[in-house]
Design a protein around this ligand. Structure first.
Ligand SMILES: [Zn+2]
Length: 413
């Protein structure tokens, strides 16, 4: 028996009314099937760089390539912060993190009107200050606990792709890298992760199991092996003494004890890890004496830390893995290395840091541009190009798909 068209339409309308206004036919297919890697270009990256694939390698050895540093500019550890939701407290929170040079991903709800329209100018300013705007969906659909049907009907392309397009339309951020699951819903469901990857995001942040306090201390101290269910180290925020979750009144844990918060940062940074902390601006106390800014004060402006938002950090992991360095033939008095990868620079727009040892004084160029000495102190950008001396070695920070050339300094007599 086949259903008549009007009846099918009536059922479909009832489903949409019952579940969601934004579910489309395309949604039912978009979570399945293989997903191509985001931002990988076809073709030969060396050819794009104008270097023949069979370029003879030079036998000069007065400069040696030693390897890529673990983090940008040889930083010892990383701090990344993410800030969830769209509330009137967001600008105050941004002022606090800017006061300590912390870089964050601001996960906004892009149809949270009328507030979001007032916040876009401040968010554009934040992009200019080295923060990232990430998507927290268009309408923040939330159910605790979630279900398979909830995830099908609410994690729609309208929420996932529509919010990405809202960010593109309201800021000049060149790409939208990061998504955060509203209420942490659906983060463990592969079909939702595939939808997010297919929309071009390179990472999606989880918020695990608030009902049982799993959100307070996931204790991740490195990249998450699954970038589309990326956990974090700890929350820094007040709890709720009484909150209705799944029809029950429960207490939701926070973390506000400054020595405990700082101790966790010390533990992660001492092991050279990634300290990733999450806050909701509406769940903070503001003021220099209060826990949030005390913690920012403790972790900010450290000379051996890289401060970076989450999307560019996960992009760096791919950049570092995929970038190859090959010595190529060059005229006398020079040594050149092709620094190349197959990645789309619109998505992977950051730098990598290469460590060299030079046995004679040199000047360094990226393409035709001389690299200035810089980059000492905290690293607060993911896109800079400079060189820095580290003991006997040179740390060269460049955007890949370039040729790095060392020229021997001439003697004056
Ligand atoms: Zn949220």
């Amino acid at each position: 028996m086949s259903l008549s068209k009007p009846l099918t339409r009536r059922i479909w309308r009832a489903v949409r009314r019952r579940w969601t206004a934004t579910l489309s036919w395309r949604d039912l297919a978009s979570g399945w099937g293989p997903v191509a890697d985001v931002g990988v270009l076809p073709g030969d990256p060396l050819a794009r760089l104008g270097v023949p694939a069979d370029a003879a390698s030079d036998s000069h050895r007065w400069v040696e390539f030693l390897g890529k540093t673990r983090y940008l500019n040889g930083a010892k550890a990383v701090v990344t912060h993410s800030i969830d939701d769209t509330t009137e407290f967001l600008p105050r929170c941004l002022d606090a993190i800017d006061g300590h040079d912390i870089k964050a991903t601001l996960f906004v709800v892009t149809r949270a009107e009328p507030l979001i329209s007032h916040l876009w100018p401040r968010l554009r300013q934040a992009v200019g200050n080295g923060h990232e705007i990430g998507s927290h969906s268009r309408r923040h659909p939330c159910r605790v606990p979630e279900s398979f049907l909830f995830c099908i009907s609410h994690m729609t392309q309208d929420e996932i792709e529509g919010s990405r397009d809202d960010i593109r339309g309201n800021t000049d951020q060149p790409y939208v890298w990061s998504f955060a699951y509203p209420c942490g819903n659906c983060s463990d469901r592969p079909f939702v992760q595939r939808k997010i990857a297919r929309a071009g995001y390179i990472t999606a942040r989880a918020y695990p199991d608030e009902l049982h306090d799993g959100h307070a201390l996931p204790d991740l101290q490195d990249y998450d092996p699954n970038p589309y269910a990326a956990r974090y180290t700890q929350v820094v925020q007040n709890g709720y003494p009484k909150r209705v979750v799944a029809g029950r009144v429960v207490a939701v844990a926070g973390r506000t004890d400054v020595p405990t918060l700082n101790g966790k940062f010390d533990e992660v940074s001492a092991s050279g890890g990634i300290y990733s902390f999450v806050s909701h601006p509406q769940m903070l106390d503001y003021g220099r004496e209060c826990f949030y800014e005390q913690h920012l004060e403790y972790i900010g402006r450290r000379p051996d830390i890289w401060y970076v938002p989450m999307g560019p950090l996960y992009a760096y992991r791919v950049l570092r893995e995929q970038t190859a360095v090959r010595q190529i033939a060059s005229p006398g008095g020079r040594i050149s290395f092709a620094v190349f990868n197959p990645l789309d620079a619109k998505v992977f727009n950051g730098s990598v840091t290469l460590e060299f040892r030079a046995h004679t004084p040199v000047n360094v160029f990226a393409g035709a541009r001389p690299l200035a000495e810089g980059g000492a102190g905290p690293v607060t950008s993911w896109r800079g190009e400079y060189m820095r001396r580290a003991g006997q070695n040179l740390l060269i920070t460049v955007q890949p798909n370039t040729v790095v050339t060392f020229r021997r300094c001439e003697k004056g007599n």
